[in-house]
Ligand binder design. Structure first.
Ligand code: HEC
Length: 281
């Protein structure tokens, strides 16, 4: 279905929010149930695990082309480069394995993670940068390049494993989760759209030639290669793009705002399999 921005705005204005509404305080488990339940009711033809394929669940999204592409995926170079980075020794002789549980293999589904020491949410990219700094190296930009390559490698070792983001019963973790949820449902920019306006209320509809990915499973294929970018990019790179789309000023890639947003959004897909890296037009 083709849909214009005005229609979309109207649609968004009258639709219900599919998470448990404020009451006794944050309840991530209830939110996840409501969020996943909303999509299963609205789009019952899509099996839960297939949500990780985002727009390709809908006709007119170029699914056939995508299937063909995945035979020689454009992100394979990124995975190769990421593996080399992962295995290259730091000047002190250690590697990234020293910073992660399970030596960093198969753990992408546990991120973003709440860090009780700092009281902040740590995405996989932020954790990689922490590891670099702890070993005397400089941080990398979080959006693309070597960071995206390394995340791609660590993600491919996690493919098929369930997303399992934990929001512990710690007031700081719950506050971060709430901030992320609030960000997701807040309207912003000249168009006055929230993330939910497009990715919940208008999920599966067409907007300017694109099929809007449902918010359920939306983080699972990251990092992803986009022909439009001509390279692989991380989830924050996409956040920046979507903020700009509605005429709002993007946040900083390592901001608390984006970390919390990723925390909430990824938690909503708990139980779905990691599918990244992915590819998109
Ligand atoms: C005006 C509608 C609109 C709004 C508002 C919007 N997005 Fe998007 N988003 C899109 C479109 C369109 C695409 C995919 C097509 C494209 O542009 O490449 C997309 C793609 C995405 C993707 C990648 C999905 C995939 O499978 O490739 C993510 C993740 C995402 N958006 C997150 C967000 C978040 C988080 C927000 C709120 C900060 C947001 N979006 C706000 C329109 C929107």
């Amino acid at each position: 279905m083709r849909i214009g921005l005005v229609v979309l705005a109207l649609l968004a204005a009258f639709s219900a929010v599919p998470v448990a509404l404020a009451g006794a305080g944050p309840d991530p488990a209830a939110d996840i149930k409501a969020f996943q339940g909303h999509f299963r009711t609205e789009l019952p033809a899509i099996p839960l695990a297939a949500y990780v394929n985002g727009p390709y669940n809908f006709p007119g999204s170029g699914r056939a082309q995508w299937k063909q592409i995945t035979e020689f995926p454009p992100y394979s170079f990124a995975i190769d480069s990421g593996k080399v980075l992962f295995e290259t020794k730091f000047p002190n002789g250690k590697t990234y394995t020293s910073c992660f549980s399970e030596g960093g293999i198969g753990i992408a589904g546990n991120y973003p993670m709440f860090d009780p020491k700092t009281g902040r949410v740590v995405t996989l990219g932020v954790a990689i940068n922490r590891c670099r700094v702890a070993n005397g190296l400089k941080k990398w930009p979080l959006t693309k390049g070597k960071m995206a390559d390394l995340v791609a490698y660590m993600t491919v070792t996690s493919r098929g494993r369930p997303i399992d983001v934990v929001v512990p019963n710690d007031p700081r973790a719950l506050a971060a989760y709430e901030a992320g949820k609030e960000y997701f449902y807040s309207r912003r920019g000249q168009l006055n759209f929230s993330c939910a306006s497009c990715h919940v209320q208008a999920a599966g509809k067409r907007l300017r030639g694109n099929v809007l990915a449902p918010a359920l499973g939306i983080t699972a294929s990251f990092p992803l290669y986009r022909s439009k970018w001509g390279s692989i990019g991380t989830l924050v790179r996409r956040f920046i793009g979507c903020n700009k789309k509605v005429g709002s000023v993007p946040d900083k890639p390592d901001s608390a705002a984006y970390r919390d947003l990723a925390y909430f959004l990824t938690a909503m897909s708990n139980g779905l399999p990691i599918a990244g890296p992915g590819s998109r037009p």
